[in-house]
Every structure is written in structure tokens, then in C-alpha cells.
Ligand binder design. Structure first.
Ligand SMILES: [Fe+2]
Ligand SMILES: [Fe+2]
Length: 192
């Protein structure tokens, strides 16, 4: 059995990938004849990304997991430095997207392309980021970290409250946010 924190990280990646994929489908569908719902659910999904991965997932990777892996497995230190930099810029990127979305909603179609392009780049960037973690950092962690490292990393990730991962701690406020998204978003996360 891999350490519980590695399972949690993989689950959180899968749920973020699902949100990103659903956002992409939503952009393909466009606002149609129900722009209020379209902007509401897009905004809720960006808010979720800002709240959950940016505040719970990435900081714990950068603060707790990455330094231990860089120490035990110096061959991945360079990749880790790159991922840390990406974590630092991630929050600003999702805030910028929220601003561009507001521009589209309030200023009209002339702002649509700017948002759709920026979102597309962001989705590619994040899928790539997670792929790099899963193919390089997590295997190195599993091979080189010791029991004391895992105790600390497991403890850090065990308190994450992701509404999309089952059997983990819950936070009713996140659950409500997620219900709001799932009611209207396209698959894979939603019913819309
Ligand atoms: Fe990350
Ligand atoms: Fe990650």
C-alpha cells in the first residue's frame, strides 16, 4: 500500500483534472441562451480552484513534501524547483482568470476570446504540472522517503477537505460550493 498522502495527492489531482476538463467543455458550449447560469458556474469553478488546490494542495506539496524529496533524491531537485515556481505563480494566474471572466461578463463578447485563450493556457499548464509531479516527484518520494518523512507528510495531507474525494474529512461549506457546481457543470463532474 502506498502512503496515504500519496493516495490523497493522486485523488486531488484527479478531481482537479475533472474540474479543468469540465471547464473546457463548458467553454465549448458557451453561454448559449442562459448566460447567467454559464457565468455563475464558471465563476464557482474558478473560485473552487482558487480555494482548494491553491490553498490546501499546492502549499502542502511545497512546504512538506518537496523539500524532503529534494533532500533524499537530488536527481529530481531541478524538477522540484520548477514545480515550486509554478506553485508561486498559480494563485495569481487563477485570480487573473477570474478578472478576465468578469471582463467578459460585464463588457461583453469583445472580451470573450481573451478569457477563453487564457483559460486554455491555464488548463494545459496545470495538466502538465500534475503530470510532472506524478511521473517524477511521487515515484521518487515513494522510493526514497523514510517512515518519519511519511508520518509528517501523511499528517499534513490528512486534514485536506476536498469535496470531490470520498472518505476524507469534509467541510460543509466546500460541500455546498461543490453541489452548486455539480448541479450545472458538464461532465465529468456535473450533471449539466
Ligand atoms: Fe503541485
Ligand atoms: Fe500536486
Amino acid at each position: 500500500m502506498p502512503p496515504v498522502s500519496l493516495q490523497i495527492i493522486r485523488e486531488e489531482h484527479a478531481s482537479l483534472a475533472a474540474v479543468l476538463q469540465s471547464l473546457r467543455l463548458l467553454m465549448d458550449q458557451g453561454p448559449g441562451d442562459n448566460p447567467a447560469t454559464f457565468f455563475d458556474v464558471t465563476r464557482a469553478m474558478l473560485f473552487y480552484i482558487d480555494e482548494f488546490p491553491e490553498r490546501q494542495h499546492h502549499p502542502k506539496e511545497s512546504e512538506c513534501l518537496f523539500p524532503r524529496v529534494a533532500l533524499c533524491a537530488p536527481h529530481v531537485a531541478e524538477v522540484i524547483a520548477r514545480l515550486d515556481k509554478e506553485h508561486e505563480s498559480g494563485e495569481a494566474a487563477v485570480r487573473e482568470l477570474q478578472h478576465l471572466l468578469l471582463g467578459w461578463e460585464l463588457m461583453g463578447e469583445g472580451r470573450r476570446e481573451a478569457f477563453v485563450q487564457a483559460l486554455g493556457r491555464y488548463i494545459d499548464f496545470y495538466l502538465n504540472h500534475m503530470r510532472l509531479e506524478e511521473t517524477q516527484v511521487l515515484p521518487a518520494a515513494q522510493a526514497y522517503l523514510g517512515p518519519e518523512d511519511w508520518a509528517a507528510v501523511d499528517a499534513a495531507f490528512a486534514t485536506n477537505t476536498n469535496p470531490l474525494t470520498h472518505g476524507r474529512p469534509r467541510d460543509p461549506a466546500y460541500d455546498r460550493l461543490f453541489t452548486r457546481i455539480a448541479m450545472r457543470a458538464p461532465s465529468p463532474i456535473g450533471l449539466g
